[in-house]
Design a binder for this molecule. Structure first.
Ligand code: SF4
Length: 917
C-alpha cells in the first residue's frame, strides 16, 4: 500500500465496539457509537441526544477513543510509508529501521508512564506518614507585596502584552520556560486529542471512572499492522476483566492487554492551587499566584520547582498522564508530591489523549491561548450540550450594579489622591479619563434609576416635580431598557463620546492599573479592619470581616471587563438596564414586590454563534451531546447556520428502556370536556383552575409513589395554590393531601434541600407516595435525578413560554429576525423555515427546551418506568410534537380524544407495572 493510500485511507466504521466496557452494548448504543465514529472520521459537526440511563458517557468515550486508536495505527503506518515506498531492498531496510525506532520510542514512553504509576503508588502508601509540604513564605514577603510602590502602574515599556493575559515580564519568562514548545524542552510525543468538556467539574468527575472501564487494545506493534487493522475491522481485542486503576503499577509489558488512555483534567487555580498560605491570605488566587511567580527565587511559590529544574515538574506530569485523575484526585496528587498541579497539568496537554475541562476553559479563546490549547484537527466533545448556548452567551456577559460603580469611582478617586505626585503625566491623563468615564456612567445610571423611582430634586433641594407613584412611572418609562453600545455612549454625552475607549482599554491592560487600585483599596480595608480588630478584639468578627470579601471580584476588574466589552462590541452586543429590588429584576410595575432600589447594568450578547465559530472551524470534529438536546434544530439554527449542510449531522437515540416502561400522553381535554389551554391569559380563569385541580386529583388516585407536576411559572403555581386552598374552589389541596403528601418547590434556593429530603423520605416510607408541585426551568427541573419511586409520573402543565415583558428577550428575537431577513435578502436562505420566522422559532424552541429538561427528570435507567403527561391541547400540534425527544414524541405520543381515554391508558399502564412488580 502506498504512502498516499495510508494517509488518505478512510477508516471504515466498525460494526462492533469491543472496547465497550459492559458485556454487550444495546443496539442503540452501537448505533450511537457508529454515528460518532463516522462523524469524527468524516470531520463533521454533530448534535447527539442520548437519554439519561443509556450509557452516554461510555458511548462517547468508547467511540472517540476507538477512533483515536485506529487513527494512531493509520498515522504510524503512514509514517513508515513516508520514508520509503517500494519493495526494493533499500526501501524495505529503511522502513524496518524506522519501524524499530518508532516501536522503541513507544515502548520507552509506555515504560516511563508505568514507572510514574509505580512511583505514585509508592507515594500513596507513604502518604500516611508524610507531612504536608511547608511553604517557606514569611511575613516579610507579605510586607513586600503591600509596599506602596507595588501599587504604581506598570510602565508601558515593560510589557508587550499581546495575548491580553496581563502577565508581567517575569511571569512571561517563567511561562516561556514552562512552554511545552520551548527549545530546551525534552522531546515528548504529541498526539491527536479528544477535548471532553462539560459545564462543571462535578459532571466531569463521572468521566474518569468510565474511562478506566474501557477495553481499548494495548500497544500494537507497528509491524503487525495491516490495512485491515487500521480500518478498525481487524484489530484483535482481548476481552477480560480490567485491572483496577490503583493496581496499574505493572509495566506496560505486563499489561499490554488494554491501553490506559493518557488523560489530564484541566481546572483553574481555584481548584488546583495547593499553596495554602496563599489561599488563606488572598481572595484572588490567580492574582496572588502571578505575584508569587514574579517574586525573587526565595519568595516564589514553594510548589513550583526552581527554574532549570523542569525535570521535577515533568516527573509529576508523567504521574498525571499515567493514571487518569479527576480534578480532586489531581489536587490530592499535587499535595502528595508537593508540586503545583495547576502548572503540571498544563504541561501534560501535549501528550494527553483525553483532556477533560470545564466549558469556560474550552470556549474562551484567551483561556485556550493561555493553556496552549490548539484545537486544530482535534476532536471536541461537549457534554451536557443543552447548557452550551446559555454558557456561550453568559461567558461574555458583564454585570455592574450602581453600588459597584460607585465603589469603583471611590477607589479610583482615593488612589489618585494618594499617588497623584508619584504618577507620571501619561498615567495621570489616562486615570483622569477613566475617572471621567466612571463619573459620567454612574451619574447616567443614577438618573436612569431616578426617572423610574424618585421625583427629581432641583438644585435648591426642592422637588422639581410632584412625587408620582411607581405605577405612573412605569407608564412613562420601562423598567428594563436595552441599548446598543453606541446608543449608551451617545446618551452619556459629550465627555464620553470624546473619549478614545480603545486607548483607555489598552492602558488598563498594559498598566494593570485595575489590579493596582484594587490592591491599594484592599490594603486600606485591611488596615481599617485591623483597627477595628484592635478595638473589638473579637476573633469572630475578624473571621466574619475577612471572610465576607473572599471570592468577590474587585469592582474595578468588573469595570475593566465592561470597558473591554464596550470597546470591542460587535453587532450583537447590547447593554441592558434593569430596575432591581431585593427579590431581583423588575420587568414592569406589576412584578414589583417591594420598592425598586438599584439598577443592574449588563453587557450581553444576542448571538452565541460567533463565539463558538473558531472552535468549529479549527476542530476536526465537534460533538455536542446531551441527554435532552431536542429540539435539535434549535442548536443547529443558533450555532451552525453558517456551516455547509454536508458538515452538519445529528442523531437522536432511542431509549434503552422497553416500550412498556414508559407511557407518554398529551392531554387535550379535561374531565369537563373543555379544551385544555393554559396560556398566560387564561391561568386565572376559575374554570381552568378547576379542570387542572380535578386532573391532578384523578392522577393522585392512579399514580403510585412520587408524582411531580411542573407549572410554567411560580406565578401560576401560586395562583393555583391559593385557589385550591379554598373549599369554594374545590378545596383541591386538601383532596390531594388525602391521597398523597403535598410539597411545593420553594422560590428560595435555601429551602430546596429540605423539601427534597422530606419528599424523598415520604416517598420511601409511605405506601401512598407524595406529590411535588414545581416550576419548569426553576430549581428542580434540571440536574436532579428523580429515579424509580421518586417519580412514577411527571406532568407538565401548559407550555412554559418566556415572559415577553423582558426587553432583553424582545431584543434577541428582533435580532434573529433581522438576521434571517438579511439571509433571505442575500439569498443564503430561500424561505422562512417551517413557516415560522426565526424569532417565533427561537421563542418556541426555548419553551420546548425547558419542557424537555423537566420531562428528563424521570426514567433514569433501564429498569425505571414512569408516565410522562403533557397537559395542553397545543401538545397535539405537530410542530410541538417534533420538538420532543424522539423516544417521547412523534408516534410515541398518545393523544386520546377524551379525558376518559387518558385515565384508561394510565390505569392499564400502572396495573401492568403492579402485576410485574
Ligand atoms: S504555582 Fe501553583 S501552587 Fe503555587 S501559587 Fe501558583 S497555583 Fe498555587
Amino acid at each position: 500500500m502506498s504512502s498516499e493510500s495510508f494517509h488518505n485511507l478512510v477508516l471504515s466504521t466498525p460494526e462492533t465496539f469491543p472496547a465497550f466496557p459492559y458485556a454487550r452494548p444495546y443496539n442503540i448504543q452501537t448505533e450511537l457509537m457508529r454515528h460518532l465514529y463516522e462523524a469524527i472520521e468524516s470531520r463533521k459537526v454533530t448534535v447527539v441526544e442520548s437519554p439519561t440511563g443509556t450509557g452516554k458517557t461510555s458511548s462517547l468515550l468508547c467511540a472517540s477513543l476507538t477512533w483515536l486508536h485506529d487513527e494512531k495505527n493509520r498515522a504510524s503506518k503512514g509514517k513508515l510509508d513516508d520514508v520509503a515506498t517500494g519493495d526494493d531492498w533499500v526501501s524495505v531496510q529503511t522502513r524496518d529501521r524506522l519501524r524499530r525506532e518508532l516501536e522503541a520510542q513507544e515502548l520507552e514512553y509506555e515504560q516511563k508512564l508505568a514507572k510514574a504509576r509505580r512511583k505514585e503508588a509508592d507515594m500513596k502508601s507513604k502518604a500516611r506518614v508524610r507531612k504536608k509540604p511547608k511553604p517557606n513564605g514569611d511575613e516579610s514577603r507579605r510586607q513586600s507585596i503591600h509596599e506602596d510602590a507595588s501599587f504604581l502602574p506598570e510602565d508601558d515599556d515593560d510589557l508587550e502584552d499581546c495575548d491580553g493575559m496581563n502577565l508581567s515580564l517575569a511571569v512571561r519568562v517563567l511561562m516561556a520556560r514552562m512552554d511545552p514548545h520551548a527549545h530546551n524542552e525534552e522531546l515528548e510525543p504529541t498526539c491527536t486529542k479528544i477535548y471532553y468538556a462539560s459545564r462543571t467539574h462535578s459532571q466531569l468527575t463521572q468521566v474518569v471512572p468510565e474511562l478506566g472501564k474501557l477495553k481499548i487494545p494495548g500497544y500494537t506493534p507497528i509491524s503487525s499492522l495491516s490495512s485491515d487493522s487500521v480500518s478498525g475491522q481487524g484489530v484483535s481485542y482481548s476481552l477480560g476483566k480490567r485491572k483496577a486503576q490503583d493496581d496499574l503499577t505493572s509495566s506496560c509489558c505486563d499489561d499490554q492487554k488494554y491501553h490506559q488512555s493518557r488523560a489530564v483534567s484541566l481546572g483553574s487555580r481555584k481548584h488546583l492551587c495547593i499553596n495554602d498560605e496563599l489561599r488563606d491570605r488572598v481572595k484572588d488566587i490567580d492574582e496572588g499566584c502571578r505575584e508569587l511567580l514574579a517574586e525573587k527565587k526565595e519568595n516564589r511559590c514553594p510548589h513550583l520547582p526552581p527554574v532549570g529544574e523542569e525535570v521535577i515538574i515533568n516527573g509529576f506530569r508523567d504521574q498525571i498522564l499515567a493514571t487518569p485523575k479527576d480534578i480532586e484526585d489531581l489536587a490530592i496528587a499535587g499535595r502528595l508530591s508537593g508540586i503545583c498541579p495547576y502548572f503540571a497539568s498544563r504541561k501534560a496537554i501535549p501528550q494527553a489523549e483525553l483532556i477533560t475541562l470545564p466549558y469556560n476553559l474550552l470556549l474562551q479563546k484567551s483561556a485556550r491561548e493561555a493553556l496552549g490549547i490548539d484545537l486544530n484537527n482535534q476532536i471536541v466533545i461537549i457534554d451536557e450540550g443543552h447548557n452550551l448556548i446559555p454558557t456561550l452567551l453568559s461567558l461574555s456577559t458583564v454585570h455592574i450594579s450602581l453600588q459597584l460603580l460607585q465603589t469603583a469611582l471611590n477607589q479610583v478617586t482615593t488612589y489618585m489622591t494618594k499617588f497623584r505626585n508619584r504618577l507620571n503625566p501619561a498615567n495621570l491623563v489616562q486615570l483622569k479619563r477613566l475617572l471621567a468615564f466612571l463619573d459620567v456612567l454612574a451619574k447616567y445610571v443614577g438618573e436612569w434609576r431616578d426617572q423610574r423611582v424618585e421625583p427629581r430634586v432641583a438644585q435648591s433641594g426642592q422637588l422639581a416635580s410632584p412625587p408620582v407613584n411607581i405605577d405612573q412611572k412605569a407608564q412613562q418609562f420601562e423598567f428594563q431598557e436595552v441599548l446598543t453600545p453606541t446608543e449608551l455612549i451617545e446618551r452619556m454625552g459629550r465627555k464620553v463620546v470624546g473619549l478614545n475607549m480603545l486607548e483607555i482599554v489598552k492602558y488598563l491592560k498594559k498598566s494593570k492599573i485595575a489590579r493596582k487600585i484594587s490592591g491599594y483599596a484592599e490594603k486600606l480595608t485591611q488596615e481599617a479592619e485591623k483597627e477595628l480588630e484592635l478595638e473589638v478584639a473579637s476573633a469572630n468578627l475578624k473571621r466574619r470581616v475577612s471572610g465576607s470579601r473572599k471570592g468577590i471580584v474587585p469592582p474595578l476588574h468588573v469595570i475593566e471587563d465592561f470597558m473591554v466589552a464596550l470597546a470591542g462590541a460587535t453587532d450583537d452586543g447590547r447593554i441592558s438596564f434593569t430596575l432591581t429590588n431585593s427579590s431581583g429584576p423588575l420587568l414592569n410595575a406589576k412584578s414589583k414586590s417591594s420598592s425598586p432600589s438599584s439598577v443592574e447594568v449588563k453587557y450581553h450578547l444576542l448571538n452565541p454563534a460567533p463565539h463558538f465559530r473558531d472552535v468549529v472551524d479549527e476542530a476536526r470534529s465537534v460533538i455536542i451531546a446531551g441527554g435532552t438536546m431536542s429540539p435539535i434544530s434549535d442548536v443547529q439554527n443558533q450555532l451552525f447556520s453558517h456551516l455547509p449542510p454536508e458538515r452538519m449531522t445529528s442523531f437522536s437515540c432511542g431509549h434503552i428502556i422497553p416500550p412498556e416502561n414508559v407511557l407518554t400522553v398529551a392531554v387535550t381535554k379535561g374531565p369537563s370536556g373543555r379544551e385544555l389551554d393554559f396560556r398566560a391569559g387564561k391561568q386565572g380563569d376559575p374554570r381552568v383552575l378547576a379542570d387542572l385541580g380535578q386532573i391532578i386529583l384523578n392522577f393522585t388516585r392512579t399514580v403510585p409513589g412520587g408524582m411531580i407536576v411542573f407549572f410554567p411559572s411560580y406565578k401560576f403555581l401560586n395562583t393555583a395554590k391559593s385557589a385550591w386552598t379554598s373549599a369554594a374552589n374545590g378545596g383541591y389541596l386538601d383532596k390531594f393531601a388525602a391521597k398523597k403528601k403535598v410539597f411545593f418547590e420553594p422560590e428560595d434556593q435555601a429551602g430546596v434541600e429540605s423539601v427534597l429530603h422530606e419528599y424523598a423520605a415520604v416517598v420511601s416510607d409511605s405506601s401512598t407516595g407524595a406529590l411535588l408541585l414545581a416550576v419548569v426551568g426553576a430549581k428542580l427541573s434540571e440536574g436532579l435525578n428523580f429515579a424509580d419511586e421518586l417519580a412514577r409520573a411527571v406532568i407538565i402543565v401548559g407550555l412554559p413560554f418566556a415572559n415577553l415583558a423582558s426587553a432583553e428577550l424582545r431584543e434577541r428575537m428582533r435580532y434573529v429576525k433581522r438576521e434571517e431577513e438579511k439571509c433571505l435578502r442575500d439569498g443564503k436562505q430561500q424561505t422562512i423555515r417551517k413557516g415560522k420566522d426565526a424569532a417565533a422559532e427561537l421563542y418556541e424552541n426555548m419553551c420546548m427546551n425547558a419542557v424537555n429538561q423537566s420531562i428528563g427528570r424521570a426514567i433514569r435507567h433501564r429498569n425505571d418506568w414512569a408516565a410522562l403527561i403533557l397537559l395542553d391541547q397545543r401538545y397535539s400540534n405537530p410542530s410541538i410534537r417534533t420538538k420532543l425527544p424522539k423516544w417521547i414524541g412523534g408516534n410515541n405520543l398518545a393523544v386520546p380524544e377524551h379525558f376518559g381515554g387518558v385515565v384508561k391508558a394510565m390505569g392499564i399502564f400502572y396495573r401492568g407495572k403492579r402485576r410485574k412488580g
